[in-house]
Write a protein that binds this ligand. Structure first.
Ligand SMILES: Cc1cc2nc3c(=O)[nH]c(=O)nc-3n(C[C@H](O)[C@H](O)[C@H](O)COP(=O)(O)OP(=O)(O)OC[C@H]3O[C@@H](n4cnc5c(N)ncnc54)[C@H](O)[C@@H]3O)c2cc1C
Length: 445
């Protein structure tokens, strides 16, 4: 049983499907449990609030992509390792249905991470996040709502506050979101006669000494310079200490506190492990599931873990592998090999991977990249970013949709329609179905 349908879970299932041989296809049953019926291709997520990609085009439908895997759409609430069962609650709104217990022989944990607000007062209540497609849609709608409100606002001070977006976190997702949003606002501001481009302010705030510490100081510096040149206000060494509905407080490197009026705070800093695996986490792994280099838990029988949910020892230096899609996908290949090797009674292999490169797209047809140790930037890096991620997007049909969106973006203006989906009456209410037998019991029972 695989829990989680992101990079970790999806690629584990795909690798298992591809690597099972002969009778294994009948002997082994793969079940994937995930809250959503799609994989979110997060490197393209910042393109959604910027309207360069349609929301449905940055995801891959799991049922279509996995043909030998049984898919269960449900939320995992906890894992009982003693009885080898996973507790799940239905993903749809179901009236009074009891959570089910699904038995497993081997459990692969790929539940990803949640946003870490580091206990900053007001952050969880007032900040938008940028991890999922609904997050990206909410951010897009917020920006368009703010442009609309600013256009109707007569007070210059209040208009400026409405047009100030504060992005917290200078890592990959913060820098990419800042660059894309800045370009989107610049391209659409002309539609709002009382909004001038110079009123709009996109601030990127983080505690780190340089942008994108993941990519190295040289490229990080270059990313900062690109963003600054394109109008993003980058504040390094700066901590957000409070988030309210109409302002943020930040502690500057000098120790002084600055208040910034804003109605749009986007929190991209920090990841926290999924609460569903809290019972399996170890203190030394900061709440993630600790595994050995074969991706097997040394503490819990039949439990494997990978991706953002796991603390995987790094073979590239001390500590654990970083929370990137690159690691999650490659760990999936090792984990699938090891699961089958364990089934075949063969020795397990270690996860070894030194990232070959890193890339970040910063809007305005610019990106930074580190490829085989060679730093690249500007249009060439942006072209590489697009080509690489287009090839990586799972499924030919999705590749075509993304390529079409990008082509259309070259000729047509950005879409500024605000669509709202969430209304109390729009949710599907299910009456409890009659009791259904649980899937195959654990072998040996
Ligand atoms: C905006 C953004 C941009 C990024 N850009 C890059 C990039 O350019 N390159 C890169 O390498 N990395 C990038 N990352 C990081 C990358 O997305 C993660 O490291 C990667 O997604 C981790 O894969 P995962 O499968 O462990 O987790 P996820 O991809 O987050 O998948 C977790 C899965 O578990 C499911 N799930 C969670 N909780 C439950 C539950 N309780 N019950 C059932 N299902 C559940 C989710 O629905 C999801 O299917 C980016 C991240 C973000 C947010």
């Amino acid at each position: 049983m695989i829990v989680g349908g992101g990079f970790a879970g999806y690629y584990t299932a795909r690798e298992l499907e591809a690597r099972m041989r002969g009778p294994e296809r009948d002997e082994l049953e793969i079940t994937l449990v995930a809250r959503d019926n799609f994989l979110t291709f997060t490197p393209m997520l910042p393109s959604v609030p910027a309207s360069t990609l349609a929301p449905r085009h940055v995801v891959t439908p799991l049922r279509q992509a996995l043909r030998r895997t049984r898919f269960v759409r449900a939320s995992v609430t906890d894992v009982d390792v003693a009885s080898k069962r996973v507790r799940v609650a239905g993903a749809l709104v179901d009236a009074g249905r009891e959570p089910e217990l699904l038995p497993y022989d081997d459990l692969v944990i790929g539940l990803g991470s949640t946003t870490n607000f580091f206990g900053v007062p007001g952050a969880a209540e007032h900040a938008l996040t940028m991890k999922t497609v609904p997050d990206a849609m909410r951010l897009r709608n917020r920006v368009l709502d703010l442009l609309e409100a600013a256009d109707a606002e007569e007070s210059e001070r209040r208009r400026r506050a409405l047009l100030t977006i504060v992005i917290v976190g200078v890592g990959f997702s913060g820098c990419e979101t800042a660059g894309e949003l800045r370009e989107f606002i610049q391209k659409t501001a002309a539609l709002y006669p009382h909004v001038s481009r110079s009123d709009a302010r996109v601030m990127l705030v983080g505690l780190d000494a340089e942008c994108m510490p993941e990519i190295g100081a040289r490229l990080g510096k270059w990313a900062r310079e690109v963003l600054t040149k394109d109008g993003v206000e980058v504040r390094l060494g700066t901590a957000i200490t409070r988030v309210a509905d109409d302002h943020v407080l930040m502690k500057l490197p000098s120790g002084e506190t600055e208040r910034v009026e804003t109605r749009g705070v986007v929190w991209t800093a920090g990841v926290a492990p999924s609460p569903a695996v809290a019972g399996l986490a170890s203190p030394e792994s900061k709440g993630r599931v600790l595994v050995d280099p074969t991706l097997k838990s040394p503490h819990h029988d039949g439990v494997w873990a990978l991706g953002d949910a796991a603390a995987v020892p790094s073979t590239d230096g001390p500590g654990f592998c970083g929370p990137t899609a690159q690691h999650a996908m490659r760990q999936a290949a090792t984990l699938a090999k090891n699961l089958l090797a364990a089934h075949r009674g063969r020795p397990l292999v270690w996860y070894k991977y030194k990232p070959l490169g890193l890339m970040a797209s910063l809007g305005h047809h610019k990106a930074v990249a580190l490829s085989f140790g060679i730093p690249l930037w500007g249009f060439l890096a942006w072209w590489m970013w697009r080509t690489y991620y287009l090839m990586r997007m799972p499924g030919l049909e999705r590749k075509i949709r993304v390529a079409l969106d990008w082509t259309i973006d070259l000729f047509l203006p950005r879409d500024t329609v605000v669509l709202r989906y969430e209304s109390p009456g729009s949710q599907l209410i299910l009456t409890p179905p009659p009791p259904r037998s649980l899937p195959a019991p654990p072998r040996g029972e």
